[in-house]
Structure formats: C-alpha cells, structure tokens
Design a protein around this ligand. Structure first.
Ligand SMILES: *[C@@H]1O[C@H](CO)[C@@H](O)[C@H](O)[C@H]1NC(C)=O
Ligand SMILES: *[C@@H]1O[C@H](CO)[C@@H](O)[C@H](O)[C@H]1NC(C)=O
Ligand SMILES: *[C@@H]1O[C@H](CO)[C@@H](O)[C@H](O)[C@H]1NC(C)=O
Length: 377
C-alpha cells in the first residue's frame, strides 16, 4: 500500500469515527431498526394476560407462561411470559406504530432512554378490581400498574425530557387498557353456582365500569390524551369455559357471551360520555368480540380448522388447564383460534389487531385506531 493511499484511508477512518456516533445517536432517537420513523412517541400498556409481555416472570405467581412451548413462534422462539405461541395483539400494534416491542415494567433493563418508547405494565391474572386474581398469588392490579406509571415511569421521563417536552410526549403517546376478563371468569364466575359475591351481575358491571372510568380519569389528570380501551372477547367461547360448563365443541357458553356483550355496551357508552365530559380526551373503544366471533363462525374463511379446541393444554379441548411446561402442543397453531385454554394464538391476535386498528365502527368506536394515532394534538 502506498503512503498516499494509507494516509487517505486514515482520513476516512477518522471521518467515519466522527460520523458513527452521530448516525447512531440520530437513528436510536428517531428511527427504529426497521428504519421507519415511529408514528407516535411511545406506547404504554395496562392490562392482564392478553397483553402481559413477561411482568409475571418476576412475581411469585401461578399465572406464568415463561416456559416452552409458549413462545415457540415468537421472534426469538423462546418463552417470554406471553400467553401465546408468538406475538400478542399489542406487539402487532407496536410494530405498526414503528416502535420496538414494548418492554415489561418489571424487567430490570426497562429504564433510562428505553422508557422513551413506552412501557408495558400488564400482569396476567389481574383485573379491573383490586380483589380480582388474588388466588394466583402475586399479580400487579390495574391500580398498582397505574401507580407504577405515575410514581416511577412518568417522573423519570420528565427528568429525561424536561417539563414542556415531557408534557408533549405524554399527550401524543398512545395508551392502551385491556382488562376485565378476569373480573368475570376468574372472579365473579370462578366458582359455580353463580352469585358468590352477594351482588348481582348488573351491580358488578356497574362497579367495573365506574372503576374503569376512575382509572381513565387518573390518566387524564396525568396529561394523557390518546387512549384505546379494549372490550371483552366472547368469554363463553374460551376452551376453558366450554369445558367447565360441559359443552361440546361447536357450542359456546351463551350466558357468558351475553355478559360480554352487555359489559361491552356499557363500556362503549361510558367511553362516549367521558369523551364529552373531558376536553380533548381521545378515547377509542376496541371491539375484540366481533373479530373473534367472525373467526369462530367462519373458520374456513380465515384458514382455521379448530375453533374451540386449544392448541396446547390439558383435558377435553385442552380446556382444563394451562399449557404445562414442555408439553407437546399441536403441530399447526396457525390453524387454531386458541393457543391455550384462555388465550388466542398469535395468528388470531394478528387478525384482531388488523380489524380493530384499520377499521372504524363497529370494530373501533368512534373511529379506527389508525385515526387516533394520526390525530394531530
Ligand atoms: C386499590 O388498590 C390501590 C393500591 O394499589 C388503593 O390505593 C385503592 O384505594 C384500592 N381501591 C379499592 C377500591 O380498594
Ligand atoms: C360437568 O360435569 C361434571 C362431571 O360429569 C360435573 O361434576 C359438573 O358439575 C358439571 N358441570 C356443570 C357446569 O354442569
Ligand atoms: C385446515 O383447513 C384448511 C383450509 O382452511 C385445509 O386446507 C386443511 O387441509 C385443513 N387441515 C386439517 C388438518 O384439517
């Protein structure tokens, strides 16, 4: 190599050395690994096992799924604590928003700059009420999840961004709440016969709706403005409930589906009312009921063969118990609606996400998830 060339080369090395930190700094702040600028600053998630990305791994709890064969079709092919074979609906949402998969709050690496793309507080077994899910052992109740956000994450983000930029960050970020199933199937109806709490199902619904309303007001007071709230899936079609109530495949537990629909109607009304009440509160209802029902009623249209039997579990329809460590799952989870006795497969989650995100009423009310994301505020 001649001296001139090697000098030239050295100059390039010096140049590159100076450029790399600039490029790296730029890309980590504004671009994701996919090279797409995020559509919103961050995504924050509160809820139960439908969204838990591994918070319960850190708790002493029966509600855990950080063992194979959970996660077999996940990006890493490893169990993460998600209750499905791959990604959950909020993972698909994060991807669509151009954000990384949202990390669990309890993971020790969820701190510093990482908080600036969002945090997931969801905990399997939890419900809207503090009393729900206690028999699972440790869980993070929804109220506790909100406290973690208010007392830990939000102050840290304000420290990183300062007051003005911080306020803008929270106003523009997407918040998502997905809870309620456990308040019914692992709460009120955990034991049969059916009125164990001395309150009527109507009173329970009212209590749940007013509690969600209070929880949303807490977020509003903390400067949150864009929130999606999931309704209930058809609870009576879960393999666990079909098995529990001694039905055969092809049937759903009608009274539980009625409960889901009544609750969803009440939730929709409350959200519309709260939108009127609180200025600039952009609340959107996500309908999980119809996409699941459509798939159950028209399986061939979606390429499903198994509408009621879970891919992995114990007993009839795999509906008696969780998918236990190292048990043999079905070979074709993509043909199943349910992965285990309560939770959809990743493929079903993807379908639900697409229906709710890209469509307006009745899948998303008053407008699509995408509209909420693109709303300039
Ligand atoms: C629920 O728990 C929180 C603590 O996380 C507490 O502040 C709140 O008062 C409780 N709510 C009810 C209705 O007991
Ligand atoms: C289902 O069947 C089992 C055993 O046959 C019985 O013990 C149980 O009470 C039945 N449950 C319902 C909800 O009918
Ligand atoms: C599952 O359904 C698809 C079409 O929806 C069909 O091509 C396939 O043969 C079915 N597989 C089984 C195992 O029934």
């Amino acid at each position: 190599m001649t001296r001139a060339i090697s000098k030239q080369l050295m100059q390039w090395v010096v140049w590159l050395g100076a450029l790399v930190p600039i490029i790296a700094g730029f890309s980590s702040a504004t671009l994701t690994t996919a090279g797409k600028a995020p559509l919103v600053p961050a995504l924050f998630i509160f809820g139960d096992s439908l969204a838990d990305p591994g918070n319960n791994n850190h708790l002493i709890s029966l509600a855990k799924s950080n063992h194979p064969p959970y996660g077999r079709q996940f990006d890493t092919h490893m169990a993460t604590g998600r209750f499905t074979n791959g990604r959950t609906a909020v993972d698909f949402l994060a991807e669509e928003l151009g954000l990384p998969l949202v990390p669990p709050f309890l993971d020790s690496s969820t701190k510093g700059q990482k908080l600036l793309q969002g945090v997931n507080y969801a905990s399997a077994g939890s419900g809207i009420l503090n009393s729900t899910g206690m028999f699972f052992g440790e869980i993070i109740t929804t109220w506790k999840q909100l406290e973690y956000f208010r007392d830990s994450t939000q102050p840290e983000i304000y420290k990183l961004l300062g007051k003005k930029a911080g306020e803008d960050f929270f106003r523009k970020s997407i918040f998502y709440l997905i809870s309620g199933s456990n308040d019914f199937v692992n709460g009120y109806y955990f034991l049969i016969p059916t009125t164990p709490h001395g309150i009527s199902i109507q009173d329970l619904m009212q209590l749940l709706i007013s509690t969600v309303s209070s929880q949303l007001k807490v977020l509003y007071d903390l400067g949150v403005r864009k929130v999606g709230v999931a309704g209930l899936a058809p609870l009576g079609c879960c393999p666990s409930q079909i098995t529990k109530y001694n039905l055969t495949a092809g049937n759903c537990v009608e009274f539980l589906n009625d409960v889901s629909e009544k609750y969803n109607d009440a939730l929709k009304n409350m959200l519309l009312q709260l939108r009127e009440e609180l200025e600039d509160f952009h609340l959107v209802y996500s309908n999980l009921y119809d996409p699941l029902m459509e798939a159950i009623n028209n399986p061939a249209m979606y390429g499903f063969n198994f509408t009621h039997a879970a891919c992995c579990g114990v007993g009839k329809l795999n509906g008696k118990f969780i998918c236990i460590p190292y048990s043999r799952p079905c070979d074709d989870p993509q043909h199943h609606i349910f992965f285990d006795y309560y939770h959809p497969t990743s493929r079903m989650y993807d379908l639900i996400f697409r229906k709710v995100y890209f469509n307006g009423p009745p899948f998303s009310i008053p407008y699509s998830g995408q509209f909420l994301v693109n709303l300039t505020i």
